[in-house]
Design a protein around this ligand. Structure first.
Ligand code: PEP
Ligand code: MG
Length: 752
């Protein structure tokens, strides 16, 4: 059975068009199931109907067989989203007779839905003349087949091969950063090509060997990472390619051949071309078809190596107009390399709404969608719409859709202008209560952040980026210069500097960490406590940077228990004593910074009283708190719909934190994305929070909303939210709440 299943899936996946794939499917399924009839129906969600696309066994009619959702046995399978197995279909109350197709001769019917990400894409049916129910093993074969077909169908949709895609292509991903963009799509196809490499020799053989080693290392790390990602899916071919790549890269012969060329005086690029072409020719001449095809894979491997030889080079592209950047995986470096005014939006194939790349897009005010299954070559240069509120990505939309989005864009711009005009005002609610608004900074590669007159300080400075953008750990001096730049930019305001929070979705390129669960692994304070030398260098750099400015607080990420806090404190003490001496030598005095911890690992929620006397403040990281409370990887597009900061558990945790910290008299702030989300900000102030930290983009909007609503109204709203069982009810009620107050434009449908 398993072999038959694999054969059917392979045939369907390799068919050149959807129609041919479906024809293959019905013929092969009939054969495998030894039945007389197999048909496949495809769902058209716009028209709410199923259409018969291919059949073996029914007479092809001269008209389209269409069934409304819920109509006939096929419609019933679709609406119930589960298989139906009936021995006598003709007498079933849902049986619908279509004249001239000969269905009446079939007694038994088995239909199973083809579902991808909770959406019914079609129904697969087998029928037989003899009256009987299909047995359990037949049922499970069909269900397994349908599950595998779902992946292929979803992919066909992404390629624009789906029958309901009459008006351009409509793809859906995770809404990662709000806003709307209408622009041309741009995919970087400027990857190095093997055939463009020309003979060249090198002068410094040792340096060239080093270049080659680094490229091999970087490529190996990428293949390992990608292999792991595809491990649980049905991409067997992809898996095999990465296995082959890794295998080849570790092959001592290949390495020997590459390095021999470099030692002989060839430039690394030229060495790669010669060796890779020799290997690929060898495969191309093999008799076995499978091995023959591997020649192309080897060339691809060569191109990846070339890419990594050059990955330091920032290719400067010139655009006349802002573009929608299409990318496989968004990185901070990528965003940093394109001028902001040339970027209209970002659409990534991987990642989810709460990855750090998504946060960075929000910080840049860049609409973004993650986890979109598009085919780059099909979308490149097309006109596209990015709806960062809903996660919709429309390729070549029709003029009505275009007009609607242009209208939205205009409204957005007007709103931005209105709120920005009042940016400079201090933040008070309608009933005159002061709310402190701070800035989240540091994710951008840009260190020269302009002074933002509209904020009370920096509530979170993420120090990771300088570490992520380098080839090795930045030195104490380099760090001191960076931190000093931030502290002096905000010299009259307090700046909360967080110690290194690498790991999770922020792996350091020069420190490979192989873990099955990176978000539950060596991350944040766990990493730096295991590397006290890195921690001490960073804290010393922070302290040195603060000499004479006296506006720095230190914040520790990912604290899960008091022991970690005590150990960190002991190291900070040590760094403090050293830097205080250094300051004294220069006739200056070092002020001891206030110390705080992030509240983002759920265990610490139950240890808040133990923090009394040990910390000067706490800052709630709602991004990770949501991830860990709901056990949902914030970076995984497959579970993106489960990640919801308005989940009752998260809201109750937030309430617990504010009540407990108020009782303990520990100052508290929220620096996760919830604070900068209009819905979140209203609820948090309603719960009692008076200090919120958010990205630059949200500051003006949140201040504007708060100025138009009173604390008592927000309290009422948060009381409702804390009683709600479903996050959606909270979202709906809050949307009504802002609508009633004429602030509807701030919240649009969709989830952040
Ligand atoms: C958080 O987890 O909410 C947070 C602010 O930290 P980061 O997003 O950098 O993990
Ligand atoms: Mg965090």
């Amino acid at each position: 059975m398993l072999t038959q299943l694999r054969e059917i899936v392979e045939k369907v996946a390799s068919a050149p068009s959807l129609i041919e794939a479906l024809d293959q499917l019905v013929v092969s399924t009939c054969r495998a199931m030894k039945t007389e009839c197999c048909s496949v129906y495809i769902a058209d969600h716009e028209r709410q109907q199923f259409t018969l696309m291919a059949t073996q066994g029914l007479t092809k009619p001269h008209y389209q067989i269409e069934l409304a959702f819920g109509e006939g046995l096929v419609g019933l399978v679709g609406s119930r989203a589960e298989p139906i197995n009936v021995a006598d279909a003709r007498h079933h109350p849902h049986f619908k007779h279509f004249p001239g197709i000969g269905e009446e001769s079939f007694g038994s019917f088995f239909g199973t839905p083809i579902i991808h990400q909770r959406q019914v894409l079609g129904v697969l049916v087998i029928q037989q003349q003899q009256r009987r129910e299909f047995d359990e093993s037949e049922e499970s074969f069909m269900v397994t087949l349908a599950a595998q077909l779902a992946v292929i169908f979803a992919h066909a949709k992404a390629q624009g091969m789906w029958p309901d895609q009459r008006d351009g292509l409509h793809l859906i991903g995770s809404a990662a950063s709000t806003g709307v963009a209408v622009a041309r799509a741009w995919w970087d196809d400027n990857q190095p090509r093997l055939e463009q490499v020309l003979p060249a020799s090198c002068l410094d053989i040792e340096a060239e060997q080093e270049r080659l080693s680094i490229a091999i290392e970087l490529a190996s790390a990428e293949f390992r990472r990608l292999r792991k990602r595809f491990d649980s899916e049905l991409h067997k071919e992809t898996l095999a390619i990465f296995d082959l790549f890794s295998h080849l890269l570790n092959d001592p012969m290949l390495r020997k051949d590459l390095f021999a060329k470099v030692v002989g005086g060839d430039l690394a690029e030229w060495a790669i071309r010669q060796v890779v072409e020799a290997y690929s020719d060898r495969f191309a001449n093999m008799k076995d078809d499978y091995l023959k095809e591997r020649a192309q894979d080897i060339r691809e491997l060569g191109q990846r190596l070339l890419f990594f030889l050059h990955n330091d080079d920032v290719t400067e592209h010139q655009w006349d107009e802002p573009v929608v950047l299409l990318t496989r995986e968004l990185t901070a470096a990528m965003l940093a390399s394109i001028p902001r005014d040339k970027l209209a939006a970002v659409v990534a194939q991987e990642g989810a709404a709460n990855s750090h790349a998504a946060i960075l897009s929000r910080a840049l005010g860049l609409p973004a969608i993650m986890g979109v299954d598009f085919i780059p070559e099909k979308v490149h240069n097309c006109q596209v719409i990015v709806d960062g509120y809903r996660g919709d990505f429309l390729v070549n939309p029709n003029r009505h859709v275009l007009a609607e989005y242009n209208r939205l864009l205009k409204e957005e711009n007007e709103l931005t202008q209105t709120v920005e005009e009042e940016l400079g005002k201090a933040s008070y609610t309608r009933d005159n209560q002061r709310i402190h608004i701070h800035l989240n900074a540091g994710l951008s590669a840009d260190t020269s952040i302009a002074v933002n007159q509209g904020v009370d300080g920096v509530g979170l400075y993420r120090t990771e980026v300088p570490f992520l953008l380098q080839r090795s750990f930045p030195s104490e001096e380099e760090q001191t210069v960076q931190y000093r730049a931030i502290l002096s930019t905000y010299h009259d305001k307090q700046v909360v500097m967080r110690t290194l929070d690498v790991g999770g979705d922020k792996p350091l390129p020069y420190l490979t960490i192989e873990e099955d669960n990176p978000f539950l692994g060596w991350r944040g304070i766990r990493f730096t406590l295991d590397h006290p030398e890195i921690f001490l260098i960073q804290v010393r750099a922070m302290l040195k940077a603060s000499i004479g400015l006296e506006n720095m607080d230190i914040l520790l990420p990912m604290i899960s228990g008091i022991a970690e806090l005590d150990e960190s404190n002991a190291l900070i003490d040590r760094a403090y004593r050293e830097v205080a001496c250094y300051a004294k030598e220069q006739g200056k005095v070092l002020k001891r910074p206030r110390l705080g911890i992030m509240i983002e690992v759920p265990s610490i929620l139950y240890q808040l009283p133990a923090l009394k006397g040990k910390v000067d403040f706490i800052s709630v990281g709602s991004n990770d708190l949501t991830q860990y409370l709901l056990a949902v990887d914030r970076n995984n597009s497959r579970v993106a719909s489960v990640y919801d900061a308005l989940h009752p558990a998260v809201l109750h945790a937030m309430k617990h934190i504010i009540d407990t910290s108020n009782a303990l008299n520990i100052p508290v702030s929220v620096c996760g994305e919830l604070a900068g989300d209009p819905v979140g900000a209203l609820l948090l102030v309603g719960m009692g929070y008076r200090s919120l930290s958010m990205n630059t983009r949200n500051v003006a909007r949140i201040k504007y909303i708060l100025r138009h609503i009173s604390v008592s109204e927000m309290e009422q709203l948060s009381r409702f939210a804390l009683k709600a069982t479903f996050a959606d009810d909270v979202r709906t009620r809050t949307t009504e709440f802002v609508d009633e107050r004429g602030l509807g434009g701030f919240i649009r449908a969709g989830k952040q």
